[in-house]
Write a protein that binds this ligand. Structure first.
Ligand code: PLP
Length: 369
């Protein structure tokens, strides 16, 4: 049996007609940037996340940058963020000339370690980035308390966490500003590059809207600096269709995670992810840990099972941040994850047989050890 890590074709086929019709409408209208399809999607996405504003963007990376821009992050400012995340989390700070300050992640939730955040605050700190890693919200309440106490901002990197909930509230409107990604492999994926910024603040939304479109208030009148961070109409059309199924896709992911928990919980050598009591995890990734990670991955590859590593090198050990002076040993939990993490296949269309097969092969691997 073949079990891909992700199956975008299985996702497309059942909604092919609807998607093709929506794309055809964009082609017929010959309006390719922003426009009504994007506006409709923005409204649906904002409503689903109980947030006042959603702006469709060119990518999640641009969303991270734009979040820092609208918060007024400047050179020499510091932004605290977890070391275990995708590199784009850090571009928000660095593209503003600010310094990313890394802290470790929590051993159980794999999201940012609250105690270390408090300890990393300096007079230069301007923001904290809470990454809802693998689809699980960071522990936002204590982060909000720290942010309020020090009068700094809280950014949510929600690229992996569409519809995830923190204490019953959807992510995206809890911090000051949030960035989402619609990269094709994300829980809500476009058919190309796309992202969004969400916020409850009229002021930040207004700034973001201008910056997204060359800093202009009216065509060719540029009030502020800007960039071209607009979402394409075709992506808005695709996302508008897929948005209707997002709740259903999310429930499927959660059901597959439950099957994994049930079928893998007896394996002593395997550490399973933990859904925290405050979180509704949306399982963008199902990340297990084992000291025999490389051998297990190899074994599963031979059995036709696709896996991934998220992430093999934590940010403080990336070549591009060498100048920041971090060393191996600084963040043991992130470093351990780098060596031991393995992401199992996870996509809404995964069949029961596929999940059973993956679990059987993992059991076989460990019973041979
Ligand atoms: C995917 C991702 C991003 C970047 O999104 P793109 O749309 O690929 O630019 C940022 N942060 C995290 C945590 C991500 O997983």
């Amino acid at each position: 049996m073949q079990v891909p890590f992700l199956d975008l074709k299985a996702n497309y086929l059942p909604i092919k007609e609807e998607i093709n019709t929506a794309i055809q409408e964009v082609l017929d209208n010959t309006a390719y940037i922003l426009g009504s399809k994007v506006t409709q999607f923005e409204k649906a996405f904002a409503d689903a996340h109980h947030v006042k504003h959603c702006l469709g963007l060119s990518s999640g990376t641009d969303g991270n940058h734009l979040a820092s821009v609208v918060l007024g992050i400047q050179p020499n400012d510091e932004i605290i963020m977890p070391a275990n995340t995708f590199i784009a989390t850090a571009w928000g700070a660095t593209l503003c000339g600010a310094k990313p300050v890394f802290v470790d992640c929590d051993k159980e939730s794999y999201t940012i370690d609250i105690q270390q955040v408090e300890a990393a605050i300096t007079p230069r700190t301007k923001a904290i980035v809470a990454v809802h890693l693998y689809g699980q919200p960071a522990n936002l309440d204590p982060l909000k308390t720290i942010a309020q106490k020090h009068k700094i901002a809280l950014i949510e990197d929600a690229a992996q966490a569409h519809l995830a909930q923190y204490k019953g509230k959807p992510v995206g409107g809890i911090g000051d500003v949030a960035a989402f990604s619609f990269y094709p492999g994300k829980n809500l994926g476009a058919y190309g590059e796309a992202g969004a910024l969400t916020t409850q603040s009229d002021h930040l939304a207004d700034l973001a809207k201008k910056y997204r479109e060359h800093g202009q208030s009216a065509k060719y009148y540029h009030e502020t600096l800007g960039h071209n961070y607009r979402m394409e109409a075709i992506q808005g059309a695709v996302l508008g269709v897929k948005m209707k199924y997002l709740q259903q896709f999310t429930e499927k992911r959660r059901a597959i995670a439950q099957q994994y928990y049930q079928q893998l919980s007896g394996i002593e050598q395997l550490i399973l992810p933990k859904e925290m009591p405050y979180a509704q995890h949306v399982y963008h990734l199902f990340v297990v840990q084992t000291v025999q990670r490389d051998a297990l991955q190899q074994f599963l590859t031979e059995k036709g099972i696709g896996t991934g590593l998220h992430y093999p090198v934590p940010l403080h050990l990336q070549q591009c941040f060498k100048n920041l002076g971090y060393q191996a040993g600084n963040f043991p939990i992130s470093e351990q994850l780098g060596k031991q993490c393995l992401s199992l296949p996870m996509f809404p269309e995964m069949t029961n047989e596929q999940v059973v097969y993956v679990c059987e092969q993992i059991s076989r691997f460990f019973s041979q050890q």
